[in-house]
Design a binder for this molecule. Structure first.
Ligand code: C2O
Ligand code: CU
Length: 511
């Protein structure tokens, strides 16, 4: 037993720019794709530079638990939060300082993926592009203590492609993603632009101030053994459920809030657990909140909701107005999704559920932020009639996890979509399991979900789709920003590592 609500909610530090020395190198790929990537990036110079040290550190997940050896970006759990500006590209140097030999699970060779980033193929954290000072992965030509990742942070264009919203970065090392993320390698990357400015007096005037009134919340479960030590089973292909619930790396913390509006960026960063999150008062009555964005993108209009389903890697961008509550009120972020078995989420409501975070409401304070009636126009789905179709079936084959009966092979190209040509992907789950499926590079739109239009919270741009058991869905994909090598996979991290992943190579548009 651990006493809940005795640790304050950790607020990850903001990543601070630096001047890299030695100066940023060339991109780690050669040939057409590498050149194209570099040119695309150079359109948006000048860039801002960061350096992140990936290292071992000691950390306590709760003040009644012993210290653990964790792996963390800059030694911080969650990793430092990036504040990205549309039109200002960033180069992030991830310096791998993990020890070559280590105790316990995980791989000290790493590959970093910016989830929802419109990023060139060499900077996308391809699963086999891993590196350490001692060893390079099979598809990276050299070992190196660091790799420079180029993040273009594209400005919104006529297609309303945007980087604004809640992105995150995490490890993507082939076969070891689950272990490395579980050990601590995940952080937030928030994008702002001329509408979603990060300032309460300009643009949409959303609640702003990262770490103050705009708070990232990493939701996870972890298992601690009877001695209080963190436990992980890397070999369990079914997946792995924790016995404790954490927000930003602490078991059931509390957060003191002012009586005003806050923006929260919820992210399901667990291995195998679905969350259905509610805002409840001390009497377990559900309170409404405002949902403004799914995954990395704002919706057209805010929605008033009382619950939100989050599969692994999905995000919810919400606003809670605490001025509606008297000072001294306690409110809770509650998970009511029952899941006793990693097989599938139980869809019934579980009461009282798990109170993951306690809000302690303070006095009313000045609040100039607003919840606008209209957020951002949604580009028309780029359906042009000449749409090509593909089908993907997600199921278990011989105890492992397969897409269309095949296991991931980083050398095998499973699809060659044409750049700038929309496609409809039919996604189907078989065998009673749920799979949250993520497509790299460009956002997609859900056209249908079990033959029906998607619910309004899934009707905007998405990068991950929760395919619940027995679901067939159609999504519209169009890859615009780059060509080259990317992945699509189940974001249940054990399924991903046990090979439920494909490689697709976007073919350049003919001149
Ligand atoms: Cu967030 Cu390929 O992953
Ligand atoms: Cu899966």
């Amino acid at each position: 037993h651990l006493d809940p609500f005795i640790d304050p909610l950790p607020i990850p530090p903001i990543a601070r720019p630096t001047v890299l020395s030695p100066p940023p190198g060339r991109l780690p790929v050669t040939g057409e794709a590498g050149r194209a990537e570099h040119q695309r990036f150079e359109e948006f110079y000048p860039e801002v530079q960061y350096e992140i040290h990936v290292k071992e550190t000691k950390y306590r997940y709760h003040s009644q638990l012993p210290q653990e050896t964790v792996w963390a970006y800059n030694g911080s759990i969650p990793g430092p939060t990036f504040i990205a500006r549309a039109g200002v590209p960033a180069i992030v140097r991830f310096r791998n300082e993990l020890p070559e030999t280590h105790v316990g699970y995980g791989s000290p060779e790493i590959s970093i993926h910016l989830h929802s980033g419109h990023v060139g193929p060499a900077s996308d954290g391809f699963a086999s592009d891993y590196y350490s000072a001692y060893k390079a992965g099979p598809t990276l030509s050299r070992p190196g203590a660091f790799l420079d990742y180029h993040y273009p942070n594209f400005p919104p264009n006529k297609d309303f492609r945007e980087i604004t919203g809640t992105l995150w970065y995490h490890d993507h090392r082939e076969d070891y993603t689950a272990a490395n993320v579980y050990r601590g390698l995940a952080g937030f990357y928030l994008g702002f632009d001329a509408l979603d400015t990060g300032d309460e007096t300009t643009g949409l005037k959303l609640p702003a101030g990262v770490g103050r009134y705009d708070i990232p919340l990493l939701l996870q479960d972890k298992r601690f053994d009877s001695g209080g030590n963190l436990f992980f089973d890397q070999l369990s292909p079914e997946g792995f459920l924790g016995n404790h619930f954490l927000v930003n790396g602490k078991v059931q913390p509390y957060f003191k809030v002012e009586g005003r509006k806050y923006r929260f960026r919820l992210l399901n960063g667990s291995m195998a657990r679905y969350f259905e999150m509610y805002l409840a008062d001390a009497g377990d009555r559900d309170q409404p909140f405002t949902f403004i964005g799914s995954d990395g993108n704002l919706l057209e209009r805010p929605l008033t909701l009382k619950k939100i389903l989050l599969g692994m890697a999905e995000r919810a961008d919400i606003i809670i107005d605490f001025s509606r509550f008297a000072p001294g009120t306690r409110l809770y972020l509650v998970n009511r999704m029952r899941q006793d078995d990693p097989r599938k989420p139980e869809l019934q409501q579980l009461r009282p559920g798990i109170r993951m975070l306690r809000f302690e409401v303070g006095d009313k304070t000045e609040d100039r932020s607003v919840i606008p009636a209209f957020l951002r126009p949604l580009s028309p789905a780029p359906f042009n009639g000449s749409t090509r179709k593909r089908s993907w079936t997600f199921e278990r084959t011989n105890g492992q996890w397969a897409i269309n009966g095949k296991f991931f092979d980083h050398d095998r190209i499973d699809a060659r979509p044409q750049q700038d040509v929309a496609e409809i992907w039919r996604m189907e789950t078989k065998g009673g399991w749920a799979h949250p499926v993520h497509v790299h590079l460009d956002d997609f739109r859900i056209l249908s979900y079990n033959g029906k239009p998607p619910p309004p919270e899934w009707a905007g741009r998405k990068d991950t789709i929760s395919l619940l058991p027995g679901v067939t869905a159609e999504i519209l994909v169009e890859f615009r920003d780059f060509n080259g090598r990317y992945m699509m996979h189940c974001h249940h991290h054990m399924h991903e590592d046990h090979a439920m992943m494909i490689r697709f190579d976007i073919q350049p548009t003919k001149p």
